[in-house]
Write a protein that binds this ligand. Sequence first.
Ligand SMILES: Cc1ncc(C[n+]2csc(CCOP(=O)(O)OP(=O)(O)O)c2C)c(N)n1
Ligand SMILES: [Mg+2]
Length: 921
Amino acid sequence: MDGYLRQLPDTDPVETDEWIDSLDAVLESTGERRAKFLLSHLSQRARQRDVGVSIETSTPYINTISTSDQRQFVGDFEMERRIRAIIRWNAAVMVIKANKRAEGIGGHLSSFASSAALYEVGFNHFFRGRENGVPGDHVYIQGHAAPGIYARAFLERRLDEVDLDGFRRELSEHGLSSYPHPWLMREFWEFPTVSMGIGPINSIYQARFNRYLHHRQLDDTSDSRVWCFVGDGECDEPETLGSISLAGREQLDNLTWVINCNLQRLDGPVRGNGKIIQELEAIFRGAGWNVIKLIWGAAWDDLLASDVDGVLLHKMNTTVDGEFQRYAVESGAYIREHFFGPDPRLRELVAHLSDEDLRNLPRGGHDYRKIYAAYDAATRHTGAPTVVLAKTVKGWTLGSDAEARNATHQIKKLTATQLSTLRTRLHLEDVISDEDAVSEEPPYYRPSEESAEYQYLMERRRLLNGPLPKRSTLIRSALQMPSEEPFLELDAGSGDQAVSTTMAFTRMLRNLARTEGFGTRIVPIIPDEARTFGMEALFREFGIYASHGQQYEPVDANLLLSYTESTDGQLLEEGITEAGSMASFTAAGTAYANRGVPMVPFFVFYSMFGFQRIGDLIWAAADSQAKGFMLGATAGRTTLHGEGLQHQDGQSQLMASAVPTCQAYDPAYAYEMGIIIRDGLTRMYGGADANGTPGAGESLLYYLTLYNENYVMPARPDGISDQDVLGGLYRWAPAPDGMKSTVTILFSGTANLAARQAAVMLGEEYGVGAELWSATSYKRLREDALRVERHNRLHPLEPPQTAHFTDLMQEASGPVVAVTDFMKAVPDQVSRFVPAMARYDRRGRTTGRTMQRPFVPLGTDGFGRSDTRESLRRFFEVDAGHITVAALAALASVGAIEPDVVADAIRRSDIDPDLVDPRDR
Ligand SMILES: Cc1ncc(C[n+]2csc(CCOP(=O)(O)OP(=O)(O)O)c2C)c(N)n1
Ligand SMILES: [Mg+2]
């Protein structure tokens, strides 16, 4: 007996025994099958009567919806079959032609072939488009099913033959992107999905974000469903299943997943020795989803109904996926022998069927009517998200050389015979001639606008509000920009109060959120780290979004900053999931396009767990043209002390440099942070859409690193413009007059402190004047320099342009030392563009001639360590002593001072020159 049962008092042991005896009696008289049957009925009854018995995590390997419960199909079955056949043909021809014309260009035939019916039922009956002023559904399409989606758009006349011929030729005039990429096809694709797992997790948070918008009365999302098509192999990605419990918990009945269980991934079976559908059923049921298994086509219904001994059910339950895959490639005789063969009762069950009949017993995911019934049930189900687990054959209809073969995923060509077989299989002999069917470049087929097929197809889409996918950037709900007010106080500095850039940011965010008209559009997103960042004040002020409100009195109810949850809360407190938080960011940051409602996400995370951990989700956000602010808090390898190797971020600024739309900034001071955020708002939201509605702008991501070190925030120096700060570099303080020689120190973020200290030491102890420059963005400087370099290369007859960085450094004196709390590679991004400097004579005086200017990056390469800031800065060689030595060494290298001055400085700074590089320690 389970331990838990022993702990519960039995108030009527006699009654308990009677029930147990009954079960024993059934087992002895009619056996296990009958006992199971009765128990299942009992527990179903109990559930119906709200007894609250826990759900069974798995059910037999048969369809969830019985034939009698199946909703009647309402379309023109034959017409839809015909349309589907044409789409299948064109999708295949598109891939074949692409590879004929550009060998190795790739593309996939088999994924869409297995899922064509799953998509087509959706297109003809369920997916709602965006015409007639409605926002419609959000459909996440499996990336490698793209050919089928293009093929449908071709029939709808959204694409032409030249477009299909441009499949995977994105650089040609009519190129179609290999996969769904909104960045590349801006009026077509909405959701990038092809990096496995990204589509699924994003779809969950999209559905949740729709609820959030609705609860906050910013948008009516009640009529929008999120559909996500997922591969069974894709379910092994942690992102795919990692957030399904959120969907269950939040009862997202506006979300439907369709998992195409073709039992195969790229290399081979998904679960050769197991059953992926059963495994997924248990996982999804456990997570609170409504699970609809769609395993068998209609032809199995009669067989199951005659299976009084339960032998067929037993065989279905015990056959592993590897065997099912085998049956998909074998003859009817083989199936009779091996599947129905061993048990005479089972053989008898199919005695009336021919071998051909056995071979053609279809799988549920190819049974159009059953798919319709499954989607119908899914969309009617309330209180939980639904997953349809549809069993299919990979490469279905492509013939025996492709169907269910292990190599099928990568097949991109069909021989003349295979193509001809496909034509026959699709019943397209009337429109594809014998000659065309064996041609090297087979033709597409598009029914005319007068044809019944076209009329039917378009009518279906008209009823469902137009075609899909379709990306739009028209704004339905205008966004008014905030005033300057929240930013102005940052220019004044913090007086004599020591604060961090994070504190300054939090204060600014609160002020922004209070701004009339604009404030409600802010979406603060935090993965369980608000207290670390000193942001707990936001809990009470914004309220934490909780779809069911707060059903308890929080322990800190009596405190001013209590943990306040509410249905219309503004803050998304996501818990410990940077991936989920990023998915929320993407949903919020694309709301301007996917909902026509510009929203402004501020995602504040532990800097180390951003780009490092969820880089691919950030990449997909950029592909989606998401907008918003990402704030890497507790940044820096030495500023975040006491946490060590896996916490200290010295690389996110480098990783951010790889994302094309990312504006990466590492501000040192509060006023810089304010200028950057204001610029971000203006660039991303400060314009108007094509209709003149305010709230539109560039598709950019802003990334700012914020620190937890407190120091007095200086006021914005006189004469420093917004553009100085935004351009990536500006002179923060000149060198003192009357020094023997000068160096230039560039600092970023918290490295400003050591840089300023070093400047004092250099002046007081060595008579060297140091100019201090604040480097807010090396990415920005580098991108500008590369643009200029390219321009000059391609315009040899024009006077050369100069990079902004080069220009600025021309005004600076002496060698350059660039210090950062990030890796040396961050400042090194611009080292190539440093201009020459005046040559020194033997006495250390500048001459009229020039020489190469040293550029010395000091940064924090290597694994982090837990210790005090002071020790860490010494360890990583970015403290004032090391900056001083680096400046003097650079001066010595150009002959401005003698090497013994450097040796002396090393001694005086107490530096051990023979220590191993921190990277190797
Ligand atoms: C993160 C990631 N890893 C690997 C791939 C390469 N890849 C593309 S499709 C595929 C197999 C997909 O199998 P499944 O999810 O079962 O889809 P099916 O084609 O069978 O429907 C793989 C490994 C990818 N696109 N993304
Ligand atoms: Mg698969």
